[in-house]
Design a protein around this ligand. Sequence first.
Ligand SMILES: [Fe+2]
Ligand SMILES: [Fe+2]
Length: 144
Amino acid sequence: MSIVQYLTEEHRRCDEVYAQAEQAVLDEDWDRANRLFKEFKEKTLLHFRKEEDILFPEFEEKTGIVMGPTQVMRHEHAQAKDLLEKLEKALETKNKEEFLSAGESLMILIQQHNMKEEQILYPMSDQHLSSEEMVEKMSALGEV
Ligand SMILES: [Fe+2]
Ligand SMILES: [Fe+2]
């Protein structure tokens, strides 16, 4: 399996769970919203970890590109983590408007981020890295 395929599927799964969490908030079904948001957060953070701990360091080593796309991606992960905190606080206080507003910001950030990874970083990784080895190492961290 290619890196593009493996990590793009994880993006799709995270998107799906977020959409379900958002629907639960719209329905004001807070138990379901909490459960789904927790799942979304866990999946997203695990996906980030696979990139930050395994893919990005190998990309930097194999391509010699250290101050490029991986730095931008790490910075965007940090921004996404801040927004996840905001969403979590909004859920705790059952603040629907705040959740939806922070959620929209997060989705815009993540869609742009994912597009850059899927169109540039992952294909470059498949070109320069051992895809099979990378997928195996990332899979060892768990299922998204
Ligand atoms: Fe990423
Ligand atoms: Fe990603």
